[in-house]
Ligand binder design. Structure first.
Ligand code: HAM
Length: 421
């Protein structure tokens, strides 16, 4: 009987690759924390309606990529394809908009699911780290969000980074522009089905179409930038100025519409040159109408981003960045005599309780094989439990880099090694 394989597009991350993954995820979360974004945990499972209303009926995500099923209770549930709708739902359900102390600043990390055609950098299960700042219109918040994402990616080691920024205006601006764009699209009677089928839901999707000929058609299309109201224009100018003041290299991209319907005003994407087709390692923007779209009776604006952990690791690899080499453990316990296995186990436990990451050999390996395993583990020290030392209540500590060794009382080993000697 064959071993069942992983689901197509759902990657396994095992060591040592998983170390790079973990480091990237921690770096993103740490940068969010530095700016005051507090970790939240929201469910992977949501009612399908949340995404249908939140993410938008015109999007690829809702039209063809959701993992949706009917559960045993007859409810239609969906594995979350993105995080913003769920985080906003959770805040609304908890009454956050009326609780004072706005904005709230949240960070999250976890798995997301989209039934896309798998290829390099595009999976069906992937991990995002995201931030969402809820309850403020301040352009300083947009600038903060954009900057934190940029610095998080740089800190993770992504060098070849481009920030594309656009202003999608307010809903009212868009209503007028939709009419103008649809009138332009009316001039073409052979529009591809993906554009013809949804341009009346949201003609902006035409900018995302990969169908042959569409790029040329959209090159001459009227641009949203020419239909932005004065308030949204002022807001955007303030964001751009704040980011320029911080020395961020911005590329204005008037055709950047992003694949989700909830965006208003600021929208942006972090792209990496080395990645090819799937070159966006992260993206986000403002979504001032999302809460109302979900049924909240008042305005509750927000802004955020999500960075793709898998795709960032691929970008680092593609750029030839060295994989992290941090050791799995600091100390490896070597037992010189099978009769002393229980002693070795006790020493390992003592070290672990003192906060020293420790491993030991299993399956009765020879001393030579145990030292090999110690080297492979990356440990800086071996603690040898041998019969002579045991008789004296001692162990031998060997520095695995220099080979120097000394005998110390067994009870002092944890303190000595915790201090890094
Ligand atoms: P998104 O652009 O759909 O935005 O996804 C953000 C990032 O997640 C992408 O830039 C990419 O790195 C990663 N990603 C998306 N789909 C895949 C995939 N199929 N395989 C691998 N990586 C993927 C959002 O999800 C919004 N919720 C971001 C946001 C937060 N906007 C405001 N707040």
């Amino acid at each position: 009987m064959a071993v069942p394989e992983a689901v197509r597009g759902a990657p396994d991350w095992l060591p040592p690759g998983a170390r790079a993954f973990d480091l990237v995820e921690r770096t993103f979360l740490e940068h969010a924390r530095l700016a005051g974004y507090e970790r939240v945990r929201v469910p992977v499972l949501e009612h399908t309606e949340l995404f249908a209303r939140g993410v938008g009926a015109s999007t690829d995500v809702v039209q063809k990529e959701m993992y949706t099923f009917v559960d045993q209770g007859g409810r239609s549930l969906t594995l979350r394809p993105e995080g913003t709708a769920g985080v906003v739902r959770a805040a609304l359900q908890a009454g956050v908009p009326r609780s004072g102390g706005l904005p709230v600043k949240y960070a999250y990390a976890g798995e997301f699911f989209r039934h896309e055609r798998p290829q390099a950098g595009r999976q069906r299960q992937f991990t995002q780290v995201g931030v969402e700042a809820l309850g403020s219109d301040d352009p300083v918040l947009d600038a903060e969000v954009v900057l934190v994402g940029w610095e998080a990616l740089r800190a993770a080691g992504v060098d070849d980074l481009v920030l594309r920024l656009n202003n999608l205006g307010d809903r009212e601006d868009r209503a007028e522009y939709h009419a103008v764009l649809n009138a332009y699209l009316d001039r073409f009677d052979d529009l591809p089905p993906d554009v013809a089928g949804r341009r009346h839901l949201n003609p902006l999707r035409a900018f995302d179409s990969k169908a042959p000929g569409m790029r040329a058609i959209m090159a001459d299309a009227p641009l949203l930038g020419d239909h932005i109201g004065p308030e949204a224009a002022r807001h955007h100018a303030a964001v751009v100025e704040l980011l320029r003041d911080q020395g961020l290299p911005l590329t204005h991209d008037p055709r950047l519409v992003r694949g989700l319907d909830y965006y208003t005003r600021t929208t942006f994407e972090y792209q990496v040159g080395a990645l090819g087709a799937q070159n966006a390692v992260g993206g986000g923007g403002r979504y001032d109408g999302l809460a109302e779209e979900l049924g909240w009776p008042e305005r509750f604006p927000g802004v955020g981003w999500a960075l793709g952990v898998d795709r960032t690791v691929l970008a680092l690899r593609a750029a030839g960045a060295a994989a992290p080499t941090d050791a799995r453990v600091a100390v490896y316990v070597v037992v010189a005599d099978r009769g002393l296995v229980a002693d070795a186990f006790a020493v390992a436990t003592q070290l672990r309780r003192a906060g020293v990451a420790t491993d030991l050999a299993f399956d009765g390996r020879s001393v030579r094989a145990q030292f090999k395993a110690a080297d492979r583990s990356g440990a800086s020290h071996a603690v040898v439990v041998g019969p002579d030392e045991a008789a004296r209540g001692a162990v031998t500590v060997r520095d695995l880099r220099s080979g120097a060794q000394r005998e110390i009382a067994r009870d002092d080993a944890a303190t000595a090694l915790a201090a890094g000697s």
